[in-house]
Ligand binder design. Structure first.
Ligand SMILES: [Zn+2]
Length: 285
């Protein structure tokens, strides 16, 4: 909430506010996924791995380039916080902010999860979403946001003065440390802003504050992505459960999530070209 006590409104305020809106990044030149090819490939998938993420904890998983993976709701409504890294280079990781700027505050089928600079290429493409019907509700909320950062014990300490060890940030740190054979101190800096899978969020109309409401996800729902590069992922079953009440505590019902890794039929990706690292030469002048 901004303080308004010392505002001076200029005489041409209304005129300045009437300027036309310009979408920051035009989508016409954004490399798009071949959804027809991916839709055909997803018809012949074989499950090659399944990982169950316990409530209030996280697990890491690997997805080979050219495979698909699904994040599945199983026992009850549950939000998942997703991190992704290039399996061969942890410095290349999911770039939530640029994904938001290139696509929207919430992502869906056809949108891509972009990697950090200087790589800036699609790490994964969303190929199916059983919650795609939700759209935008009367509060302006949608699902699968790339706005939120992840619940973390530092903000919790800042706001509540107490410690909670099963925030998504800590869960993801432990999961990556275990998967990549790193200490917790080594793993923590690799944990980054998430894709909030199944989370239902928006901004309040009057104050533009980030809000959450109970996720519409139900057991059987899933978000499916295509791995454009070799991936290591980590998924936290947020201690907020469906994120309809609170988070960063043990007070609400919390459920496991499942990750399925799926392989397409041989030849199903004929004609698909893996994304290259960004071609900018990094001379900066
Ligand atoms: Zn969380």
């Amino acid at each position: 909430m901004h303080s308004t006590s010392d505002l001076v409104v200029p005489s041409d305020a209304a005129e300045r506010r009437k300027r036309r809106r310009v979408v920051v990044y035009p989508v016409e030149t954004l490399p798009i996924a071949d959804l027809d090819l991916l839709r055909a490939a997803r018809k012949g998938l074989t499950t090659v791995d399944e990982i169950v993420v316990p409530p209030r904890d996280a697990r890491a998983f690997r997805v080979p380039q050219g495979h698909f993976f699904r994040i599945v709701s199983i026992d009850g409504p549950q939000v998942g916080d997703l991190n992704l890294w290039n399996a061969g280079n942890l410095a290349e990781r999911f770039f939530s902010g640029k994904t938001r700027a290139l696509h929207a505050t919430h992502v869906g089928v056809g949108d891509r999860l972009w990697s950090t600079l200087p790589y800036l290429r699609p790490m994964a493409t969303i190929t199916h979403d059983t919650l795609g019907w939700y759209g935008w509700d009367d509060d302006g909320a949608g699902v699968h946001d790339v706005i939120g950062t992840r619940c973390d014990p530092y903000t919790n300490r800042l706001l509540k003065g107490s410690d909670y060890h099963n925030c998504c940030h800590s869960n993801l740190t432990r999961a990556l440390a275990s998967a990549a054979d790193l200490s917790l101190a080594e793993a923590e800096p690799h944990v980054h802003d998430v894709l909030n899978v199944f989370m239902c969020t928006g901004f309040t109309r009057d104050t533009h504050q980030y809000f959450m409401k109970a996720s519409p996800v139900r057991p059987g729902d899933f978000l499916e992505l295509f791995a454009e590069i070799d991936l290591v992922g980590a998924l936290s079953a947020c201690p907020g459960g469906d994120c309809g009440e609170t988070h960063s505590s043990d007070t609400v019902a919390c459920y496991p999530l499942k990750v399925e890794v799926l392989r397409p039929e041989p030849g199903a990706l004929a004609g698909w070209a893996p994304p290259r690292e960004n071609a900018y030469p990094r001379t900066h002048g």
